[in-house]
Design a protein around this ligand. Structure first.
Ligand SMILES: [Zn+2]
Length: 180
């Protein structure tokens, strides 16, 4: 293992081996929604499943359970990725990132919000927000998403309460809270 195993935030201990790299798969395979909105799971998801939405954006919970105080995704309602996001939507994105972060920071016990954008799973732009619990210094930084996979789930009532609080906070500046 490289020195990454010595990081304070590295979630594992004991003997671990780095996997061998497999040869490239070319051409790189399509991801969900790459062919257009018809096959896109985000475009087909009803608005009633969102936590919050306005005319152009929606915020959704990620997964059926959570191991952090909040794990949510901001997505445009139109089928766009970052590189083809219309100019108006792109201009809205900065203020929206701030709004979502403020809404999550308003939860009790949240110290930081990590904002991530990957794109290997879906071609419909989706921006992750992961709440890092206050005082949990081992959960700082890039391994937070790994910790989200391995910590015990938080109680469902707490998870839903956090969703309602985030949605309500967002709706004070516009849009509709759908979280129940
Ligand atoms: Zn889509």
């Amino acid at each position: 293992m490289s020195s990454v195993a010595a990081w304070e935030t590295f979630p594992f201990e004991g003997d671990l081996q780095v996997k061998c790299l497999q040869p490239p798969v070319l051409p790189d395979p399509d991801c969900n929604g790459e062919a257009g909105p018809e096959g896109c799971t985000v475009c087909r998801r009803p608005l009633s499943e969102a936590l919050w939405a306005d005319e152009d954006w929606r915020l959704d919970a990620v997964g059926a359970e959570s191991r952090l105080p909040a794990v949510v995704m901001l997505q445009p309602r139109g089928h766009h990725d970052l590189s083809d996001l219309p100019t108006e939507r792109a201009a809205e994105l900065g203020p929206l990132l701030q709004r979502v972060e403020r809404a999550i920071l308003s939860l009790d016990g949240v110290a930081r919000v990590h904002v991530n954008r990957w794109g290997d799973g879906g071609a419909h732009l989706h921006i992750w927000f992961l709440a890092r619990p206050a005082g949990m210094l081992q959960l700082r930084g890039t391994f937070l998403l790994v910790w989200e996979e391995i910590l015990p789930p938080i109680p469902e009532a707490e998870r839903r309460q956090a969703h309602r609080e985030i949605a309500t906070a967002l709706a004070t500046e516009g849009g509709t809270a759908y979280a129940r």
